[in-house]
Design a protein around this ligand. Structure first.
Ligand code: ADP
Ligand code: MG
Length: 407
């Protein structure tokens, strides 16, 4: 009215809206933009392989189809199941069946390094894309999220950052422990979390600690992490490790590694699957490039050289060699049926240590110690224990052998 009165019927008020992009707490995308982002039908497909850095695509209102950043080598099919990951793996499957509409939102996966968190995250994303090709899935490492956020603050494009992340149906965020002490990023994640959760979008997070043990993370964020399911990945047991090794060997082209060598690797490295993979890659290189035969000795050398956190205990073969050295007898004597007293005593010790320090079954131990049955192994184990309890000199000898086995 005032304009018409002052300028006449053709008077127009022109104005620009300036958004203060430094306000990192502002999460609401303008409604017209939000509508555009949330309608996947208007996204223009780009080449599937073209890697789009979410941050470079500033201005989500531009029509884009995001690259999910998924690693297609990490699938459920090659994520070997064991007691160590059963809960997380089946919850991952349930999520892939109904992302956002299940009881596991968020799903919080935690473990020490090298136990499959990243692998599981990609498996979930790949399965969701298989089941729901139109869903916008994004795998993002905490480092990338952090880098993108800092850049957005610097370039005053925080709103674009928010639009981008608000457009996602399934957010797979890796290693969020890296946000410890990063208050502004945590604040951003807090708002994003709320937005996605309220809109029934799926969130899966990984961390090296459980929400209870995480430090320097805001309590309100931690409490949200606990809303859904927290699932721990633990080190795989010996049987699962053997299966993982066999599956990795197949993936690497199926070089032939004798079973006792596979079991030896599984025994020596029990806490980190990534280390097992490192050893397998070196074995592969030795066998293909240096044309070396894969023997227990070669693998022992490789493990000692490149693996950390290994178990000192080794194979039944190694136990045999230490015990035989001690008694100055030959390994063939242990493998034979001879009933000579000193051989029987050494064989019993081999059985005892094999049961104590390897993951092998009683049947297997018996088979490798002169084709005996599992009852004989149990009897040998009991005999050695009883003698240790009653005979001090014998006990010292057993302790001496133990030291040799462990060094
Ligand atoms: P994290 O993220 O927990 O540090 P990763 O997911 O990177 O661990 O796993 C390390 C390596 O171990 C990967 O190459 C992964 O494929 C492998 N791995 C871990 N657990 C399994 C499993 N259960 N089955 C097959 N491979 C596994
Ligand atoms: Mg990881």
């Amino acid at each position: 009215m005032v304009i018409r009165r002052e300028l006449g019927a053709n008077g127009r008020l022109l104005y620009n809206i300036l958004i203060d992009a430094s306000d990192s707490t502002c999460m609401q995308a303008p409604s017209h933009n939000r509508k555009a982002i949330q309608n996947p039908a208007i996204l223009i497909p780009t080449s599937e392989n073209q890697k789009i850095d979410p941050w470079v695509c500033a201005g989500i209102p531009k029509k884009i189809k995001i690259n999910s950043n998924l690693n297609h080598h990490y699938t459920f099919d090659n994520f070997i199941e064991g007691e160590c990951n059963r809960l997380a793996r089946s919850a991952g499957y349930a999520i892939a069946d109904n992302p956002g509409g299940n009881a596991f939102n968020p799903m919080f996966v935690y473990s020490a390094t090298g136990l499959g968190k990243t692998h599981l995250l990609h498996s979930i994303g790949i399965k969701i894309k298989e089941n729901f090709p139109d869903k916008t899935v994004l795998y993002v490492s905490s480092e990338d999220f952090l880098r993108q956020f800092i850049a957005s603050v610097k370039n005053q494009t925080v709103n674009d950052f928010n639009y981008f992340y608000q457009s996602i149906d399934v957010l797979l965020m890796d290693d969020i422990h890296n946000f410890a002490g990063k208050a502004a990023t945590q604040e951003q994640l807090f708002h994003l979390f709320n937005y996605l959760h309220q809109n029934n979008k799926q969130i899966v997070l990984t961390s090296d600690k459980s929400p209870l043990e995480m430090e320097d993370i805001e309590p309100r964020l931690l409490s949200r992490f606990k809303w859904g399911l927290s699932a721990q990945l633990t080190p795989p047991d010996a049987e699962t490790r053997v299966q993982i090794i066999k599956s990795k060997i197949m993936d690497d082209g199926g070089i032939v590694i004798p079973d006792d060598v596979v079991e030896y690797i599984a025994y020596r490295i029990s806490n980190n699957v990534r280390e097992i993979e490192g050893v397998l890659k070196t074995i592969l290189a030795e066998s293909i490039l240096s044309k070396r035969t894969i023997t227990l000795d070669l693998v022992r050398g490789i493990i000692d050289q490149i693996a950390t956190n290994t178990n000192k205990e080794v194979s039944i073969d190694y136990i045999k060699s230490v015990v035989c050295d001690h008694f100055n007898i030959s390994v063939n004597d242990i493998n034979s049926n001879t009933r000579k007293r000193e051989i029987v005593q050494a064989r019993q010790l081999v059985m005892y240590f094999s049961k104590e320090y390897t993951q092998s079954s009683l049947a297997k131990i018996g088979k490798l110690c002169g084709n005996k049955d599992h009852a004989t192994v149990l009897h040998a184990h009991r005999t050695v224990k009883n003698q240790c309890d009653t005979n001090k000199k014998y006990k010292l000898q057993v302790q001496d052998l133990e030291k040799k086995l462990k060094c």
